[in-house]
Design a protein around this ligand. Structure first.
Ligand code: SF4
Length: 473
């Protein structure tokens, strides 16, 4: 290992992140598409906000409601389980992704399932459900248009709300021609009709529908799903079995809280006043009901969320309603895009929660992928102090000793030197330039090289004093 590498040791995950980010930041076409799509988002959000008499008060109230829900999470979830069971639903507790996958596979085997329709859900991305089902010879089709496009392209979602945000309409037309043999150059409307045609037949065949949930509502033992295409509603009501996979943090205590959270999610997610379809599901079809599945299962997934829960500072990140606003506001996200992060949740919220959901040593680099400008905190629908939590992650990573030994020594030397005028005055300009620009390799990898002045601060200060006194002497 070269001497300079001691100062920039990084995990494989971190170095791949840097490689991908460097590539994407230089990709001007990528930036053009992202700016175009985020520009459209920015133009409609202020219109959505007009529905609130006091939007900041609404955000504050939402934060308080989430605070209450998370502080009493155990009771809330037990109440949800009890009420849903009373209405014929089944609740499965999954501590890990593998437990959730095993539970889904068991249900699939019981139902002799060969085909699944799935609506957009980040939590199923988190557990890599589609890949798992494919390995078990079960077809799983994404029914949200953006997710369908991503699945056709064999790519994960790029953004938590807008999965194909990085693709232009021309890109999608090309993809459909390549994968579905459609005539080239179809318009967005024509492409949507093609997707609808393909997907309708999947609903008819599917034995199971899988959805996520935007909210868990203990008061009624129900879950709420928000979407713009009606595909989630079809996924949970057409097949004979409905499986919901949801993170345990998605609780809001009462059904009345939706009156605040639905418009908030719509406005901060897409600039709408209210999303087109908002569905509450509270159990399978009952005897006197004509529609709905025979069985409904809700898988409550932990998968690292209790790590956040037990941390009094980072717990706040569990308030997130996945509106995506912080991604759209983040200068880093806008430059490197969603895929560079290499994880399910990208942008500021992804950088806050991923090190806790996975492994802080391996993923701490995401907490450094921020200018700490605070724009994410400024726009967060539920006022999570995102930039402070990024700092907190850095602090925890250092406390847990997950920084390279040379980095620790470098900071010790730096501290010692900066507290001692004598040490600061040691060495000439050439040596100082070499230490910062060459020895600390990463310093100049993404910045201009530093050029220290020829004289020390003390010398300059003395000269200044001397020059000031000179006219009177
Ligand atoms: S952290 Fe806030 S802004 Fe970001 S996705 Fe969650 S709720 Fe939205």
């Amino acid at each position: 290992m070269a001497s300079s590498d001691y100062f920039c040791y990084m995990s494989q995950t971190s170095s791949s992140f840097l490689d991908r980010s460097t590539d994407k930041a230089a990709d001007l076409e990528h930036r053009r598409k992202i700016n175009f799509n985020i520009g459209k988002y920015n133009s409609v959000v202020p219109i959505g906000k007009q529905q609130f008499t006091d939007v900041n008060l609404a955000r504050e109230r939402a934060k308080n409601i989430k605070w209450r829900a998370i502080e009493t999470l155990d009771q809330q979830l037990e109440e949800f389980e009890m009420k849903l069971q009373k209405r014929g639903g089944k609740v499965i507790w999954a501590e890990t992704a593998q437990e959730a996958l095993d539970a889904i596979l068991t249900i699939c085997k019981e139902k002799n399932c060969k085909s699944i329709v799935k609506s957009k859900s980040m939590v199923t991305e988190e557990i890599h459900l589609n890949k798992f089902l494919e390995e078990n010879n079960i077809e799983s089709v994404e029914t949200d248009l953006g997710e369908y496009i991503q699945q056709l392209d064999d790519e994960p979602p790029y953004h938590i709300v807008t999965p194909a945000m990085h693709k232009s309409k021309e890109d999608v037309a090309r993809l459909f021609t390549e994968k579905l043999n459609t005539p080239p150059g179809l318009s967005p409307e024509q492409l949507t009709l093609v997707a609808r045609d393909k997907l309708r037949e999947k609903y008819v065949r599917a034995e199971i529908g899988i959805t996520g949930a935007n909210f868990i509502i203990p008061e009624i033992g129900g879950i709420a799903v928000t979407e713009n295409e009606g595909n989630a509603r079809l996924s949970c009501s057409w097949p004979k079995t409905h499986i919901v996979v949801v993170g345990i943090e998605k609780v809001i205590p009462t059904v009345a809280d939706l009156a605040l959270f639905w418009p908030l999610l719509a406005t901060y997610g897409t600039g709408q006043r209210i999303t087109s379809y908002n569905t509450i599901v509270s159990g399978p079809r009952r005897e006197n009901e004509p529609d709905g599945p025979d069985d409904m299962y809700v898988i409550l997934l932990d998968n690292g969320r209790t790590n956040l829960l037990q941390n009094p500072k980072s717990r706040e990140s569990l308030y997130c309603i996945r509106c995506g606003a912080c991604l759209n506001a983040c200068p880093v996200y806008k430059n490197i895009g969603g895929h560079a992060y290499g994880t399910t949740y990208s942008g500021p919220i992804g950088s806050v929660i991923t090190p806790h959901l996975k492994d802080i040593g391996e993923w701490k680099h995401l907490s450094y992928a921020s200018s700490l400008c605070g724009n994410c905190t400024e726009v967060c629908a539920v006022k999570i102090n995102l930039h402070e939590l990024l700092l907190e992650n850095r602090h925890e990573a250092v406390e847990e000793g997950s920084s390279a030994w040379a980095e620790k020594i470098a900071w010790k030397v730096w501290r010692r030197a900066s507290l001692s005028r004598g040490m600061m005055n040691m060495g000439n300009r050439k040596i100082k330039n070499w230490v910062v620009n060459k020895l600390i390799k990463n310093w100049s990898a993404h910045r201009e090289e530093l050029d220290f002045p020829a004289s020390t601060f003390n010398q300059q200060w003395k000269e200044k004093l001397h020059n000031k006194k000179a006219p009177n002497s």
